[in-house]
Design a protein. Structure first.
Length: 425
């Protein structure tokens, strides 16, 4: 298992509150150690011509800066590691102090948990070599340089090992979550397939039954027509034809109900997924590569339409816009223009994007950004809401454009109810 997918997930969703608490804890611990009189290690020389007692509280400056960087360590693990490493090196000028070693160990742990391992390892190797060379250059003592190197290496090994173990546990938890989610989706898919097969079998049985009733009607009527007229016999034939017709009509209604459940299930599969929030949808589309041009007035009209109280119209508008913009990203050259105008009665939106040379304009495939609607479903949903939907390709010189036009009223008229007992044709 590679660590990069989880790394992106962890860094994106990590909040800053734990980082703030960690920074405050490091600052408090450092101030307590300085207040208790814990001095810098006497085994390493001070490059500034002052005594350790005179420079004692000067270690607070790199400590405070390191704590400020720690506040964003989960969002920028390697950047914070480099910054605190530089502060640690600067603190060595004042003397090798424990408070900065603790802060540096924390950022090494954080980088091992959230950043790529190879880059961190080479950074630690470089820092160890730099520490050894700096101490040896100043002190001229191999033992002092080796002692400093061992302290840095042991601290780094413990911090990196701990961070790697926590990272491995996080990856295992995330993998189990994804595995469980995939199992639930597979189970739901199998259940839907089973229901579809059952409905298909029932529809086939009803079809055979209706065919049998119609064959009975045809046989009785053909036999009655081939024989000479007889009032009593003809009346008996008509009664049998009526009975078979009523049975066929009953089975036909059941078949229509079964077929209607197919349509309802397909509509639920494609139409009930909630669309993304408008700003979230724009952010994801733009991060995926779509360059959307839209005036501030158009965006204001869309925001107002999506926040109206009549949720059905706003939900439909969000789904159609999400699908149209996703299609512009997948089947265009990565650019799109959207213009919207709104009145008290409804909203009109036009989305135009250049088509890629090898893309068919009606090829629509669902994706994570997709609203789950095709062109036909979008048109049907808008028309059912008493709106207007059109989608067509145009040519401007050598460039083809795909234009989606939507006119959606805010309040759709109520659909006429079917009389009780009526059947669909």
């Amino acid at each position: 298992m590679t660590v990069h997918p989880f790394t992106r997930f962890a860094v994106r969703h990590k909040t800053s509150r734990p980082d703030l608490l960690t920074a405050l804890a490091l600052l408090a611990l450092g101030l307590v150690l300085l207040g208790l009189g814990v001095n810098a290690s006497s085994a390493y020389p001070v490059l500034i011509p002052f005594s350790q007692q005179q420079l004692h509280w000067w270690h607070t400056i790199p400590l405070v800066l390191a704590c400020l960087a720690t506040c964003v360590q989960s969002r920028y693990p390697l950047g914070v590691f480099y910054a605190i490493t530089a502060l640690f090196i600067a603190d060595m000028v004042l003397g090798f102090h424990l408070v900065m070693l603790i802060a540096w160990a924390n950022t090494a742990y954080n980088a091992a948990r959230y950043a790529a391992g190879s880059l961190l390892r080479w950074s630690l190797v470089g820092f160890g070599v730099m520490t050894f060379g700096l101490v040896y250059l100043v002190s001229g003592s191999v033992s002092s340089a080796t002692n400093a190197l061992l302290q840095v290496v042991l601290t780094a090994v413990i911090a990196v090992w701990w961070g790697s173990e926590v990272r491995r546990g996080d990856e295992s938890t995330e993998a189990e979550r994804l595995k469980s989610l995939a199992a639930r989706r597979q189970e739901e898919h199998e259940r839907e397939q089973l229901l579809r097969r059952q409905r298909a079998d029932l529809a086939s049985q009803l079809h055979d039954t209706i065919s049998s009733h119609l064959s009975t009607i045809a046989l009785y009527t053909a036999g009655a027509l081939d024989m000479s007229p007889n009032a009593q016999r003809d009346r008996s034939v008509l009664m049998e034809v009526r009975r078979s017709s009523l049975d066929a009509l009953t089975d036909m209604r059941e078949l229509i109900d079964v077929l209607r459940t197919f349509a309802n299930v397909e509509a639920e599969d494609t139409g009930t997924a909630p669309p993304l929030a408008w700003q979230d949808m724009l952010r994801r589309l733009r991060s995926a590569g779509l360059e959307l041009s839209m005036t501030a007035e158009s965006e204001r009209h869309v925001q107002a339409a999506l926040t109206r109280s009549d949720s059905s119209a706003s939900l439909l508008l969000a789904k159609v816009l999400q699908e149209a913009l996703t299609n512009a990203l997948k089947h265009g050259d990565g650019t799109a223009t959207m213009h919207c105008e709104a009145t008290t009665e409804g909203i009109t939106c036009t989305i135009t994007n250049p088509l890629a040379p090898s893309v068919a304009p009606d090829a629509v495939a669902p994706s994570q950004l997709s609203g789950g609607l095709g062109l036909g479903a979008m048109a049907g949903a808008v028309h059912d809401a008493d709106g207007i939907f059109s989608a067509a390709a145009t040519r401007d010189g050598v460039i083809r454009h795909w234009t989606v036009h939507i006119e959606l009223p805010f309040t759709a008229p109520p659909s006429p109810s079917m009389p009780q007992g009526a059947t669909s044709r």
